[in-house]
Design a protein around this ligand. Structure first.
Ligand code: BMP
Length: 262
């Protein structure tokens, strides 16, 4: 069972997916399972945030379509910061269309996401064509996707059956699916990485349907099965984002350490 396994001991199970493999190794060596959701509106803020929280994260999750001033230069600088601080880039695009459309959205357009994002999110809703489309546009690059199996928002339509369908879809595309966005332990397969958003210390939900109450990093890891916690405003709105990231990192990694020794 995945629950008690160390990230290192899951490397073999993730061998078919190069980004999942690299991420597990990175989390173990850097001792962080924190992903910061960098939901800011200017490139300057994005790059500044990435540089501040970089030492504490395994993944920087972006919504580049929130940026008012996106240019390829933003991406070049983000890549440099990812190398400097040793984290991976994760564009939360939530692809959700037929394969041929998704291939063009991922491989081209303004953002050319396949050029730079190690991981992207996708919905399982369209069926596995969405994965095939992404794979076709990834070409030979080392890329992967994270399927959104469950959502954190109130009234989400991601039923248990839907989540199970996502797991089955992933199991037949192991070379490309690295894991899931989830709110519970949707799979015990050690090859897949579970990432949980809706995490904040000392905070209830927002007024736009983020779940009625956020969960703590500890609860996300110990009760919801998160391997990686995804934290946005808990870090981005903090007075000192670097210090906040360090706090979230330490709490989440301590919970992981507790879990593997249970
Ligand atoms: P915050 O911690 O500020 O609530 O941000 C959560 C982040 O995770 C946002 O970037 C959001 O798009 C993302 N997210 C989520 O909140 N719930 C989901 O189910 C899936 C997500 O990707």
């Amino acid at each position: 069972d995945q629950k008690h396994l160390t990230f290192e001991s899951r490397l073999a199970a993730a061998a078919a997916q190069p980004v999942a493999h690299a991420l597990l190794a990175l989390m173990a060596s850097k001792k962080t399972n924190l992903c910061v959701a960098a939901d800011v509106t200017t490139s300057r803020e994005l790059l500044s945030l990435a540089d501040q929280v970089g030492p504490h994260i395994c993944l920087l999750k972006t919504h580049v379509d929130i940026l008012e001033d996106f240019t390829p230069d933003t991406v070049d600088k983000l890549k440099t910061l990812a190398e400097k601080h040793n984290f991976l880039l994760f564009e939360d695009r939530k692809f959700g269309d037929i394969g041929s459309t998704v291939a063009r959205q991922y491989g081209g357009g303004l953002y050319a996401t396949a050029e730079w994002a190690h991981l992207v999110t996708a919905h399982g809703l369209p069926g596995d064509g969405v994965i095939k489309g992404l794979m076709s546009a990834a070409g030979g690059r080392l890329r992967g996707c994270i399927l959104v199996a469950q959502m954190s928002s109130e009234g989400a339509l991601t039923s248990q059956g839907y989540a199970e369908g996502c797991i089955r879809m992933a199991a037949s595309h192991r070379s490309f699916v690295a894991g899931f966005v989830s709110q519970s332990r949707v799979t015990s397969d050690p090859g897949f990485i579970l990432m949980t958003p809706g995490v904040q210390i000392n905070k209830t939900g927002d007024d736009l349907g983020q779940q009625a109450s956020y969960v703590s990093p500890r609860a996300a890891v110990l009760e919801r099965g998160a391997d990686v916690i995804i934290v946005g405003r808990g870090v981005t709105k903090a007075e000192d984002p670097a210090a906040a990231a360090q706090t979230y990192k330490e709490e989440a990694y301590a919970a992981y350490t507790e879990r593997i020794t249970q």
